[in-house]
Design a protein around this ligand. Structure first.
Ligand code: 5AD
Length: 355
């Protein structure tokens, strides 16, 4: 065993014991790790997840209800400047229909995601949330519609929304500025996350792995931010270039680094709800299963109508897990069974353990 590996194992053990690492230890770990460190972290991470959740995976049905966006994030395929594809908006009736079908299939969490679309102001969204919660009082509703004012988040929470996903994208303000336009503020995004948590949402942050200009040092800041913020959920997936964005020629993020970071997040925060993301499944056909084996415990199949799926193209070649039958008899269930896991039919709230 070489000296460097021993040191990284000690760092991972220290993270497990203390649930934090000093900045320079994070940076050292993230700049010197190798495959055996990744396997070592995955073993600990999977043990921690199994102790809390058993061999269960939570599912959330995602409805991508509008690809209209006022932002111009340099990495994102649905950025405002991209005129090369068709925009769509689902109606209330269509969204409700997707969720009703999802309910029949066994989903007990619906994630409503969209670009920052002015035709869906918070009061309209709040009315939709109220309807969904009335139709399905045993379900959780998660929103992922970007940056809003605090009183707007409050309105959505009061309407019954349970959870909110807003990736912080990077915890380094200079890195943030390289991924976004000057009108987008890192301070504001961080304030949104603090507001969401204070209001009482189960709040999710997260970032892309291998985004342009990311370094071990910016990743160390992401891990420190997650340590301090203690989100209920963390969304981590590889960056995948989109051909109609300024980052079209940038390399994609690595699957193995994504898996390592998933394991480190699980070790840092054993209770966290950690999805094996669509982007991970896009980069590697077995990516989601690998994610679960690295410590993830959530998968988010797509409930959007067939005819709009290809239009919610954040990055090229985006795949979807389709579930159009009861989840307990789905292909996804069969795939998870092969690695010794099973889908749990429940809301899957933060703090709920299933064994
Ligand atoms: N590759 C991977 N993930 C992306 N996202 C946006 N564009 C891309 C891309 N090109 C992620 C962002 C955003 C989430 C909805 O999707 O992190 O927060």
């Amino acid at each position: 065993m070489n000296a460097q590996k021993r040191q990284n194992e000690l760092r991972i053990d220290r993270l497990n014991a203390e649930k934090r690492l000093p900045r320079k230890e994070w940076t050292a770990l993230l700049s010197t790790w190798d495959d055996s460190d990744r396997a070592y972290a995955a073993g600990i991470a999977r043990g921690l997840a199994d102790a809390r959740f058993g061999h269960n995976v939570f599912v959330r049905g995602i409805v991508e209800f509008s690809n209209v966006c006022r932002n111009d994030c340099l990495y994102c395929g649905i950025r405002k400047s991209n005129l090369n594809f068709e925009r769509y908006r689902l109606t209330e009736a269509e969204i409700i229909e997707c969720c009703d079908a999802g309910y029949e299939y066994g989903f007990r969490t619906f994630v409503l995601q969209s670009g920052e679309d002015a035709s869906w102001p918070p009061n309209r969204l709040a009315a939709l949330v109220r309807t969904l919660k009335t139709n399905h009082p045993d379900c959780a509703v998660t929103l992922s519609v970007g940056e809003l004012e605090r009183d707007e988040y409050q309105l959505l929470f009061d309407a019954g929304a349970d959870r909110y996903l807003l990736r912080h994208e990077t915890a380094d303000p200079e890195h943030y500025a390289k991924l976004h336009m000057p009108n987008q503020s890192w301070e504001r995004r961080m304030q949104c996350l603090r507001d969401l948590k204070e209001i009482g949402f189960q709040t999710g942050c997260g970032f892309m792995v291998g985004s342009p200009y990311q370094t071990p040092n910016t990743l160390a800041k992401d891990m420190e931010f997650i340590t301090e913020f203690r989100p209920a959920m963390i969304g981590i997936g590889p960056f995948i270039p989109h051909c109609d964005t300024p980052f079209r020629d940038e390399p994609a993020g690595r699957v193995d680094l994504t898996l390592f970071l998933l394991s480190l997040c699980r070790i840092l925060h054993p209770d966290v709800l950690l999805p094996a993301t669509t982007a991970l499944g896009t980069m590697d056909p077995a990516g989601r299963e690998k994610g679960v084996l690295a410590g993830a415990n959530v998968i988010m199949p797509n409930l959007s109508p067939e005819q709009v799926r290809a239009k919610y193209m954040l990055y090229n070649n985006k795949t979807a897990v389709d579930v159009d039958t009861h989840i307990t008899t789905s292909d996804l269930q069969a795939r998870l069974r092969k690695i010794g896991y099973t889908i749990k039919v429940s809301r899957g709230d933060y703090g709920e353990t299933s064994c």
